[in-house]
Design a protein around this ligand. Sequence first.
Ligand SMILES: C[S@@+](CC[C@H](N)C(=O)[O-])C[C@H]1O[C@@H](n2cnc3c(N)ncnc32)[C@H](O)[C@@H]1O
Length: 257
Amino acid sequence: MLYQIRSYLQFLTKATNQHGVHSPYVYDLITNCFYDKKKYPEYQQIHAYRKQLLNDRTPFKVTDFGKGSTVFKSDERVVASVAKHVGISAKRQRLLFRLSRYLKPENSLELGTSLGLATIAMALGNKSSSVLTVEGCPNTAAIAVRQFESHRLDNIRSHTCTFDTFFSENASEVYHLVFVDGHHSKEYTLQYFEQLLKRITSNSILIFDDIYWSPGMTEAWEEIKAHPTVRVSIDTFTWGLVFFRKEQQKEHFYIRL
Ligand SMILES: C[S@@+](CC[C@H](N)C(=O)[O-])C[C@H]1O[C@@H](n2cnc3c(N)ncnc32)[C@H](O)[C@@H]1O
């Protein structure tokens, strides 16, 4: 926690809004997507999906693939607590919706479905895209799939397997928007980044969650930024976004949300 507070204070000293940005591509993204204040009708469905989960007291058992939980002491969970403590925030859901809407990815990928809060945001953002989401815990994935069906989100494909299995069995598909929200450790984040590099185009965008979760996650983020194929990075503190557009000069941005 102390590490995150210190990192946030450092972030604030570097962060700007769109006015500190000279790249037209990044300026447009920040102005018309990050800071887009329109109240999209889909926000109601995103809100309803979240509310259903927060009202659901059903207990279930999880298989933990991540870094372990600082909130839960056993593998017994209640749907509402997972939605509250593990899922992305309502604000991030809306941002992910806008990113999917703005970027219009043909194929999106999420590593770490949990209960599907991010998945539905990506799926609603571009209904003609295909959103593939991967979750290792079968009980968690089953709850997410039930939710996708009840919300008639037909553009979501759910894979229940580990990320390693997913990568070894899915070598050829290319993804345009990727949300990496699974095992929050340096080693695994870098492994997933290497795997993803084989499955992207120069127009793809990768989003890494919780880049200041631990010193290791920040080191992974710094290595990703420095990778020769990465042209632009945007650090929003909670998320790190990387872009591969060859026409851009290498540049790193710190943007307040
Ligand atoms: C932080 S949660 C994801 C939250 C979700 N993206 C959302 O929008 O609310 C991370 C999820 O990734 C899954 N996970 C972590 N490491 C994994 C791995 N190596 N293989 C498969 N699933 C994994 C966990 O079971 C957990 O449900």
